[in-house]
Design a protein around this ligand. Sequence first.
Ligand code: MTE
Length: 321
Amino acid sequence: MLIKKPPAWRMPEREATPEAVFYNRRRFLNSIAGGAALLAGGALVSGARAAAGDPSAGRYPAPRNLRFRLDRELTDEADAGTYNNFYEFGSHKRISEAAQALQIRPWTVTFDGMVEQPRSVGIDSLLQAMQLEERLYRFRCVEAWSMAVPWTGFPMRALLDFARPLSSAKYVVMQTFNDAKMASGQKQFWYPWPYTECLTIAEAANELTFLVTGVYGKPLPKQFGAPLRLATPWKYGFKSVKSIVRFQFTDQRPVTFWEKIQPQEYGFWANVNPKVAHPRWSQAEERVLGSDNKVPTLMYNGYAEQVAGLYTGMAGEKLFM
Ligand code: MTE
């Protein structure tokens, strides 16, 4: 018989518990996290590892922003933390152990291109300048699986204020590190490293666009793209670039990582649309990570109200691949 461990982050408890009580309880749980990690194994171990030696660990858990809620149960931490796409560490899903080779301190983030003043800052100085909050977001991969996760981070709008792009900038290009000694997947020369993704400035300024520094109430484990990754929940997951080292502002739309590799299948916009099939499979449904359930995929992954307006008058563009 299959015995399923109840997920630690089950939604009903979070919805039912007053926030202050909830966070006090979580602080208590965090204080015994070392013991829990030994018992629970897997992703919890890497969550505890993520906190160890991370100068920002004291910022977690961050207060939850109640404006970003979900209609479904959160994905179990162990499932989300052991089924990852991070090609720098291998072109399969079980990279969570290999990703522990990622060195996340020191970590410098550069802002350049069309900005008032190019600059580079250490991740901890950047985090000091940002107010962290937790948001519950859906996540839909282009491969037709999905999860629901409690990200911690800050709105990308705050990062735009910090970076001060020129008004003539139209896009922000985000780049992952490039270090084949640390990340053996980057020895695979047929991929166009470093991983890059891009948003328009209007997309980056949308209230949903979030820069992630933590998950499940802890600093981000490495396999999720520590110490800084993107979350754009209305877009397919490949837009959520991990382990960002550079934000470059430009007025030219670049060709991004997957678009370079397979332009017939992966485009610039990558907005979720159940009615537009991938050339090799339907996008009408999604497999919910950690279960055998399939659920219908929603237009813009359920976020049409917040984002559909970004794309008015763009009918000629391939908005959904
Ligand atoms: N970012 C980098 N740098 N490298 C990657 O391989 N994979 C992308 C995206 N960001 C990827 C990346 C893809 S295809 C997906 S679906 C998500 O990360 C997976 O995020 P997760 O592992 O947290 O589920």
